[in-house]
Design a protein around this ligand. Structure first.
Ligand code: F6P
Length: 413
């Protein structure tokens, strides 16, 4: 007997990835593709984000193709193309996008992205009625997902975006490894961590042993810098091996005496199509100030793409599969303009469909680090943050070699 057609046979779902890559993108694509295929969709991949819907279009058929979801990054490639006019590109590309959606007969679009990509998807849904489902992603973890963190009876609004778990684990390991170098040279290492305007990712360096941290949410005014330097000196002098790792977010606003304001340090002033500058370099400014004011040897280390690259870690793999389960629910109910999310911060084993919900894409936006997660007086992350991140990346990783060799005194003394 010939099997009956599946529910959505004859329909096409297309997936795109926009913005910075993460180790969980291919896993997201594969998980969504597998589930959408099961209910009958033909699944397309749009190359290079919104760019693949411009001109003649750049579309691949993913339906019955092998796929490696453990491999980081995105096989569809990514771009920061904005469908809507911006300072950098004044052209309105929406007509081209609508034309290609029609030409390729795309019935549903799944946009995997952060605030920019999903913000554009939301606008296309609201203004043009394109059936879209947003899928969260960002190593910065600053896309509002309304994921509640239950900490000692308090409910804190957390965030859980695919990409963050793998990046956080990577940053933790990176910070842990730096310890041997810091100790060998009795140095302070200022470790710069991506994350744009939010300190979520920087905290994971502390999980790897960074003793102090600076985040974008707390401006480093002239007075605060003085207080910070005093604390650095104290921490360094009291550290048994005269070594210190300070994790700093790339988006830290640091006082600039020349302009008399606090500013982000940029690697380039050029804007992308969503109006963002490229951050980078604040660790160098801080290390040099430590050296000049405290006379302690300090070095800057930019972790940069290390956080974004490499394989998908277990938590992210399961997170993307769980969120893709929720995509199926949205598809079955033809509930568009929604983004699947995990509703509470849970351990790996609890990443299950019953812990998901979806939020209206109209509600997405940026969410900075909750104040409960950072201690402004001690320049470090709190136990509440440690609890949050330990659900996601497990145990902290510290490298430790405790020695107390006896000092040799020559006989002639
Ligand atoms: O949003 C992700 C992110 O990695 C940020 O943390 C960082 O500021 C930015 O992208 C850098 O982007 P790129 O180097 O790809 O332009």
């Amino acid at each position: 007997m010939k099997p009956k057609n599946k529910l959505f046979s004859g329909k096409t779902l297309a997936i795109l990835t926009g913005g910075g890559d993460t180790p969980a993108l291919n896993s997201s694509i594969e998980s969504i593709r597998n589930r959408a295929s099961l209910i009958g969709y033909k699944v397309y991949g749009i190359r290079q984000g919104w760019k693949g819907l411009l001109g003649d279009g750049d579309i691949l058929d993913l339906t019955h193709q092998p796929y490696d979801g453990w491999y980081g990054g995105t096989a569809l490639r990514s771009s920061r193309t904005n469908p809507f006019p911006s300072k950098k590109n004044t052209e309105n590309r929406v007509p081209q996008i609508l034309r290609n959606i029609e030409r390729y007969k795309i019935d549903v679009l799944v946009s995997i992205g952060g605030d920019d990509t999903n913000g554009a998807a939301k606008r296309l849904y609201e203004t043009e009625g394109i059936p879209v489902i947003g899928f969260p992603k960002t190593i910065d973890n600053d896309l509002r997902t309304r994921t509640m963190h239950d900490y000692k009876g308090n409910k804190i609004e957390g965030v859980l975006c695919p990409g963050f778990p793998s990046a956080a684990k990577g940053v933790m390991e990176y910070a842990a490894n730096l310890r041997t170098t810091a100790e060998s040279h009795s140095r302070i290492i200022v470790l710069e961590v991506m994350g744009r305007d939010a300190g979520w990712l920087t905290g994971s360096a502390c999980f790897g042993g960074a003793e102090m941290a600076l985040i974008p949410e707390i401006e480093m005014t002239k007075e605060r810098i003085e207080f910070f330097l005093e604390s650095v000196k104290e921490r360094y002098m009291s550290s048994p091996k005269k070594a210190l790792i300070i994790a700093v977010s790339e988006g830290v606003r640091w006082f600039n005496p020349e302009s008399n304001t606090t500013e982000v340090v940029c690697a380039s002033s050029e804007l992308d199509e969503y109006g963002h500058r490229r951050f980078g370099g604040v660790s160098g400014v801080i290390a040099s100030e430590i050296f000049h004011k405290l006379k302690i040897e300090a070095r800057a280390q930019i972790s940069g793409y290390y956080a974004r690259s490499g394989v998908c870690r277990n938590y992210d793999r399961r997170l993307t599969m769980t969120l893709a389960d929720k995509v199926v629910d949205l598809l079955l109910r033809e509930h568009y303009g929604q983004m699947p999310v995990i509703n509470k911060i849970v351990n790996y084993q609890e990443l299950e469909e019953f812990n998901t919900t979806s939020i209206d894409m109209g509600e997405i936006g940026n969410k900075c680090l909750p104040e409960e997660y950072y201690d402004t007086n001690k320049f470090c992350f709190t136990d509440a943050y440690i609890d949050f991140v330990s659900h996601i990346i497990g145990k902290p990783r510290f490298l430790e070699f405790n020695y107390d060799f006896p000092v040799v005194i020559p006989e002639d003394l």
